[in-house]
Design a protein around this ligand. Structure first.
Ligand code: GLN
Length: 456
């Protein structure tokens, strides 16, 4: 049924870069046989899933939305993918994304943009717009995204889906093509909070192949979602982050946010306002740290090891450096080049203390703000993104306007804390979905599900 749906609507939505109909059907048949024999592997055995094209799947192309990886077929499964298979989930295919996960609209994909199923002239968010649009358009019941600065949560917000960025280290990064190793985290994209909890339990937990993986059992996420669904929030302290709201946030997004907070009050939660003064510097710090790590990671695309190789025009016997230059020039898009230049500059000797070092200090201040806020509240809340989905093309020529979409999501990545975005309703001005973000302390991902489920 999902493959039929993809065939019917993906020409318009363009959520997928690669559909593996054969592999998905074979896995689904095996799941049917297990079910008939009464031996299911997990609660999600047989439920199909789409995977963002930044995670490797053995034998299927992985492009990261970039021309430079065209033709590369990885010889191994990411741990997340291996766990999906072990739990019996058929994999439908790979979803579209901004090139190397850089962007907030999926317009930076080298393979063309994904369209928001709510209005095809609008963006589905990014970088994981393909995963969110696939779920929103009923092309997949579940998807996997990755979130470095908001790429699961912001697409969730603008497509009316649920997206979770787990605690940093809670889900293995093995086989996740790195953009910024200290920020990247894979997580669920679904239609309901309970579905996210179920999927999170499948993909999460310790993996010795990832040196930053946390060697501790996951909290009981599904149980927390079920508990929250009872709707009783008494004893739960909710902190509204003062700095994430107000000016710059669309009125309809704010109205839906205020209503959701009111619902929590009615459910018995205690609501307080918390202040995180360093958050105003989060965007600036992120756009130094992320390009620095990314510029280093992308150095491996040297025309020798992966995918594309372009020979320079009119050069006989080109040197390795000339081939590398021609390949990187043709293979990377403008946004990727912008960030490589920014990151390389920030890491240059003599500039380190002024930029990268300074940004790391801001990062520490942000973690301290979180620590202080979590003394006053069990969870923190804000709108996920300042606006609903904007029109395709609207912010393409203005990188800073594009970066501002992540103002509310980035602090969680810098501090490594988990966050969820869930739909809070439609904004009055445009009838488009708005997102509600819940943040919890590191390792307390269960709180996201408890409070999130109470709002559904
Ligand atoms: N939009 C942000 C960026 O461009 C976040 C991307 C992400 O989370 N992968 O960096």
């Amino acid at each position: 049924a999902y493959l039929d749906r993809i065939a019917a609507v993906d020409g318009d939505v363009h959520a997928f870069l690669h559909v593996d109909a054969e592999g998905a059907l074979a896995a689904a048949r095996e799941a049917d046989e297990r079910r008939a024999a009464g031996s299911v592997r997990s609660a999600l055995d047989g439920v199909p899933v789409a995977v963002k094209d930044v995670l490797t799947i053995k034998g299927l192309p992985t492009t990261c939305g970039s021309k430079i990886l065209e033709g590369w077929v990885p010889p191994y499964d990411a741990t997340v993918v291996a766990r999906l298979r072990e739990a019996g989930l058929p994999i439908l295919g790979k979803t579209n994304m901004d090139e190397f996960a850089m962007g907030s609209s999926t317009e930076h994909s080298a393979y063309g943009p994904t369209h928001n199923p709510w209005d095809l002239d609008r963006i589905p968010g990014g970088s994981g717009g393909g995963s969110a649009a696939a779920v929103a358009a009923f092309e997949a019941p579940l998807a996997i995204g990755t979130d470095t600065g908001g790429s699961i949560r912001q697409p969730g917000a603008v497509t009316g889906t649920v997206g979770v960025k787990p605690t940093f280290g809670g889900v293995s990064r093995f086989g996740l093509v790195a953009m910024a190793n200290s920020l990247d985290q894979a997580g669920p994209v679904t239609r309901t909070v309970l579905d996210s909890a179920l999927l999170h339990e499948v993909i999460g937990g310790y993996d010795p192949q990832d040196s930053t993986s946390i060697d501790q059992p996951l909290p009981a996420l599904v149980a927390a979602a079920r508990q929250g669904a009872s709707g009783d929030m008494s004893g739960v302290r909710v902190g509204v982050i003062k700095e994430l709201g107000g000016d710059g946030y669309q009125a309809g997004v704010r109205a839906r946010f205020d209503e959701a907070v009111q619902l929590l009050v009615e459910a018995g939660a205690e609501v307080v306002e918390v202040s995180c003064p360093s958050f105003v510097h989060a965007l600036a710090a992120y756009y130094l740290i992320m390009p620095s790590e990314a510029s280093s990671n992308l150095a491996k695309f040297d025309a020798m090891r992966y995918g594309l190789r372009v020979l320079p025009d009119g050069v006989e016997n080109p040197s390795a450096e000339e081939v590398m230059r021609a390949t990187r020039d043709a293979g990377f898009g403008d946004e990727v080049k912008r960030r490589i230049i920014l990151g390389t500059y920030a890491l240059s000797s003599g500039y380190y203390d002024a930029y990268y070092g300074q940004a790391q200090k801001v990062r520490t201040l942000i973690s301290r703000d979180f620590a202080a806020a979590f003394e006053q509240a069990d969870v923190l809340v804000s709108p996920t993104a300042p606006t609903t989905a904007f029109r395709i093309g609207e912010k393409l020529d203005d990188p800073v306007a594009m970066y501002l979409n992540d103002i509310a999501t980035i602090p969680a990545n810098l501090a490594g804390v988990p966050g969820i975005s869930l739909p809070s309703g439609l904004a009055d001005e445009d009838g488009l979905p708005a997102g509600f973000q819940i943040l919890a302390p590191a390792l307390a991902d269960d709180r996201l599900y408890r409070v999130g489920a109470a709002l559904e």
